[in-house]
Write a protein that binds this ligand. Structure first.
Ligand code: HPA
Length: 267
């Protein structure tokens, strides 16, 4: 059984921390999902590079429903996601890690539920804690063990992309309480909760947001900062899998019963 998955964001394409890696292809109602599976710390771990292995899938065209469905189908209970983000908060600097705990959704054209009416019905899922508090706690412990400093909370603003923001938008997001801006955490986090899986995100700040940054933003700046910190990302993910493998006890949190009111999530 594969109980843990890593969804790697920009700059995290390679599951080279895993041993005995093989390719898996899982059909879902939304299309076939190809991903790799390997072993680490006695756990089987699935790895999906969110944008494809060569960054060919833009944020608004990622098949979020297929990815989460496939993970659920192979038995995954806990998903660690990584995201590259711009910062709106001067205390969160390029190179910093943030364990986000809230999001603001500014996406526009994404399907953000498994429940579109019809035979699957309608679900209004609770997101009081949009990221699993238990998994966040494990990531926090993992960071401490790996000697990596990490901001313990932050509000992630999810934009539609694929363009970067205007300085006026960045100012608005700051005024609304946003700390970070990225393009992928919604609907991924929402779908994971609908599928009653634990999901947490480690965001890596790659730049200050448009208008805060002194120069125009470039994708290479994002990729270069991720690359410069790839050893730390790897260390943190390895420590997190170890931490999960110590006590992967589902049902400690609200995630596994998120749809109890509706009779549970069904594939
Ligand atoms: N905006 C949106 N997404 C991002 C950014 C940004 O500044 N940096 C990395 N991902």
């Amino acid at each position: 059984m594969i109980k843990v998955a890593i969804i790697g964001g920009t700059g995290v394409y390679d599951p080279n921390i895993l041993n005995n890696v093989y390719q898996e292809e899982i059909p879902t109602p939304y299309g076939v999902v190809k991903f790799r599976v390997g072993e680490f710390a006695g756990e089987k771990v699935a790895f999906i590079p969110r944008h494809g292995s060569s960054h060919a899938i833009p944020p608004h065209l990622i098949n979020y429903r297929a990815n989460i469905w496939a993970m659920k189908k192979v038995g995954v209970q806990s998903i660690i996601a990584t995201t590259a983000v711009g910062s709106l908060n001067l205390t969160m600097k390029p190179g910093d890690f943030v364990l986000v705990d809230q999001f603001l959704d500014f996406t526009k054209n994404r399907i953000n539920t498994f429940f579109d009416g019809g035979t699957r019905g309608v679900v209004h899922v609770d997101l009081t804690d949009p990221y699993c508090p238990v998994l966040r706690d494990k990531l926090s412990k993992a960071a401490k063990k790996a000697n990596i400093s990490i901001h313990q909370s932050g509000t992630y603003v999810c934009t539609e992309g694929p363009r970067f923001e205007t300085p006026a938008e960045i100012k608005m997001f700051q005024n609304m309480g946003g700390d970070l801006v990225g393009m992928t955490n919604v609907p991924e986090a929402v779908l994971a909760r609908e599928a009653e899986m634990c999901y947490a995100t480690v965001s890596m700040v790659t730049n200050f947001g448009a208008g805060i940054s002194a120069s125009p933003l470039t994708h290479s700046e994002v990729v270069d900062t991720m690359g410069a910190n790839s050893e730390n990302i790897k260390k943190l993910i390895m420590a997190a899998i170890e931490e999960i493998s110590i006590g992967l006890e589902p049902k400690e949190c609200c995630c596994h019963t998120a749809l109890a009111e509706y009779g549970g999530f069904k594939l």
